[in-house]
Design a protein around this ligand. Structure first.
Ligand SMILES: Cc1ncc(COP(=O)(O)O)c(C=O)c1O
Length: 341
């Protein structure tokens, strides 16, 4: 077991020696000039995996999502999305800043928006109305829930009928596929564009992928340059992405199993309630009974070598990842039990 036990996020993993080796030996070129072979290999491989024509390597999930909005929409458009979702809650209002669009959030605590609510949110043509430009879905949702494939397919069908594109924030797309058993390309087919992160459960130090048609990706490439996201010898980073896709996808199931072990142990802690209806991937949310000083609790755990974030709207989140094992999870639960006692 490695201390501290860091349960804050699946972004905290450190690249393994083998991944660092792959990075060090990567063949590189200038990717803005389109001659970095490792970035090109990553983009080709990813497009094939998710069943899209093309893919673009970007610095972060936020950049991928915001580029999707910039590329799909025009100034003044409305973008329908769930509330909460990462685009609406955690991207610093970038949709308004970069794309000059208004978000139209529909309540969706675990990511599933009512189809009738989406339908009603789509604007009818009227001189007074803004135009709807895009529908966004998030799968897996950061609540930890994986959206039903039938639901995602219904959203896509509704969007096709309305003549609208769908963007999928699939930061944890591969977690969703492994947890649900639905092939990744079938989930990705529910978005005209899909973004996923290499730097979460798959353990790369940096990088996300935005995928879509060739034409869409060419326009997004230009948008990436506008955002200052054109990188030069980026193959050194893309090599970590290729390594992650080869070695760290199937093992996401280990993170899911570890999260279930964690949830099981937490269920026995008095006054603690695991939120069960969103327990699909490597994320465990819980509530605590009674009043307490949340900051003090985070600090007490930190002093005992357990790192967690404080609660959001009364809910605590713990995330498993490849740098944790069963011993670490048991240690963390023991510490939490003793701090709460
Ligand atoms: C659902 C979701 N989308 C997008 C992102 C953004 O990724 P990044 O932190 O790489 O910008 C995250 C990050 O946690 C996420 O959970």
């Amino acid at each position: 077991m490695h201390l501290p036990v860091d349960l804050r996020s699946d972004t905290v993993t450190r690249p393994s020696a083998a991944m660092r080796e792959a990075m060090a030996s990567a063949e590189v070129g200038d990717d803005v000039l389109r001659d970095d072979p490792t970035v090109q290999e990553l983009e080709r491989r990813v497009a094939a995996m998710v069943g899209k024509e093309a893919a673009l390597y970007v610095t972060s999930g936020t950049m991928g999502n915001e580029l999707a909005l910039m590329t799909h929409t025009r100034r003044g458009n409305e973008v329908i999305c769930g509330r909460p979702c990462h685009i609406q809650e955690h991207e610093v209002g970038a949709a308004a800043i970069l794309s000059a669009v208004t978000l139209v959030p529909i309540d969706a605590p675990t990511g599933t928006m009512g189809l009738d609510r989406i339908h009603d949110a789509i604007r009818e043509p009227d001189i007074h109305h803004p135009e709807t430009g895009l529908i966004c879905v998030e799968c897996a949702h950061s609540s930890g829930a994986v959206q039903d494939i039938a639901y995602l397919e219904s959203v896509k069908a509704l969007a096709v009928e309305a003549g609208l594109p769908v963007h999928m924030d699939g930061a944890r797309l591969f977690n969703a596929s492994i947890a649900s058993g639905v092939p990744v390309d079938r989930i990705a087919a529910c978005g005209d564009s899909v973004m996923f992160c290499l730097s979460k459960g798959m353990g790369a130090p940096v990088g996300s992928m935005l995928c879509g048609t060739k034409e869409f990706i060419e326009r997004a490439r230009k948008g990436r340059k506008i955002l200052g996201g054109g990188m030069r010898q980026a193959g050194i980073l893309a090599a970590a992405g290729l390594f992650a896709l080869e070695h760290n996808v199937a093992r996401l199931d280990d993170d899911h199993r570890l999260a279930e072990r964690l949830a099981q142990a937490l269920r026995d802690v008095p006054g603690l309630h695991v939120i069960e209806d969103q327990r699909d991937i490597n994320i465990v949310w819980f509530r605590l009974d009674g009043e307490r000083d949340d900051e003090a609790l985070v600090k007490q755990l930190q002093e005992r070598n357990v790192l967690v974030f404080g609660p959001s709207h009364g809910q605590w989140r713990l995330v498993t990842h490849m740098d944790l094992d069963e011993e670490a999870v048991e240690y963390a639960v023991d510490q939490l039990r003793s701090v709460l006692a």
